[in-house]
Design a protein around this ligand. Sequence first.
Ligand code: PEP
Ligand code: MG
Length: 335
Amino acid sequence: DYLGRQEALRAEKERLEVYRGKETVDAEGRRFGLYANIGSPAEAAAAAEAGAEGIGLFRTEFLFMDRTSLPSEVEQYEAYLAVSRAMAGKEVIIRTLDVGGDKAIDYLGMEKEENPFLGHRAIRYCLDRPDLYKVQLRALLRAGAEGRNIKIMLPLVTSLEEVRTARGLLEKCKAELESEGLPYDKDMALGVMVETPAAALIADLLAQECDFFSIGTNDLTQYTMAVDRGNAKVEKLYTTFHPAVLRSIRSVIAAGRAAGIPVGMCGEAAADPRLIPLLLSWGLSEFSVSASAVLATRAQIHRWRAEEARQVAQEAMGLSTAAGVEGYLSSAVKG
Ligand code: PEP
Ligand code: MG
C-alpha cells in the first residue's frame, strides 16, 4: 500500500514539474502572486528553488527559539539580509516576533497564563517590551537597505492603536539609525496580519493606516470558531469552510481592495485547492504556501476561468453549514 502511495506521489511531483519557472496565472492569464512561508534563512533558498515568487511569511520566532538569550541586532540583521539576498528582486514579508500562545521562549521569563492564546503574546508582548522590539525593528530596517525588498508584518493585531504604536517605534528606530549614519530602508512597508476577528471587522479602518494585509487563516479560524487549534478533542470545529470564516476572509479582501492595498493569505488555507476558486474570484493578491506546495498551488490556479470561479464561489457562499460548503467545494474542484 505504501509503495503504491509513494509511486503516486512521485508521479504527481513529476507532473507538476512543468509548472516550475512558469508564471502564476489563471486560465485566462490573470496574474496572482505565489509566495512561500519560511522559518529560517536556509529555507529561503529552498523556496526560491521551488519556484516561489517571494516570501509571504518569515516566522522570525524560530530565530529566538532553541537558544538561551536574545539574538543580537547584528545576528538578526544577518538572518534577514540572507533572506533578502536569497530572494533578490522579490518581495520578502517578515513577521515580527510572534511569541506566546503555542510558542514559548524560556529565557524571556514570560509568566504562565491561564489562557495563553488570549494572553500577553505577539504584538501585545512586543509593544510592552520596546527595548527588545526595537532591536528587531532596527535589524529589519538595516537589512532592507541593500535589496529594498523587505516588508514588515505585525502579528495578532486587534486595534489601530497597536499599528500606530508600532509605527511610532519604527519611526524612532529610523531616527536613531539616521543619527548613527547607518544605512536603512526609509520606505519600508508596514503591514498587518489579519488573524483575529477584531482585525477582520475593522479591516476597512486598518487598511487606511497600513500598506498591506496578509490573512492568517490558522489563527483567524481558531479565534472566529473559538476553538483551540491544537486541541484534538475539538478539531471537528476547526474548519475554514465555516461560513463565518469564509465571510470574514471575503470581507477582509474586499476592504483591502477598496483601500487599494494588496491582500495576501499566509495561513494553511492558501494551499487548499478547494478554496482557490473563492480566493481567485474575491481578488486575493497573493497566496503564500509552504515551499512543497508551491507548484501544486500554481497548477490549481492555472485551471480556473474567472467566470467559473465566480460561480463556484457564489454557490459555496449560498450554503449554510461548514459540512455543506466543504462537500460542495470538494466536488467542484477539478482533479
Ligand atoms: C496564521 O495564524 O494563519 C499564521 C500563518 O501564523 P501562525 O501559523 O504562525 O500562527
Ligand atoms: Mg498566527
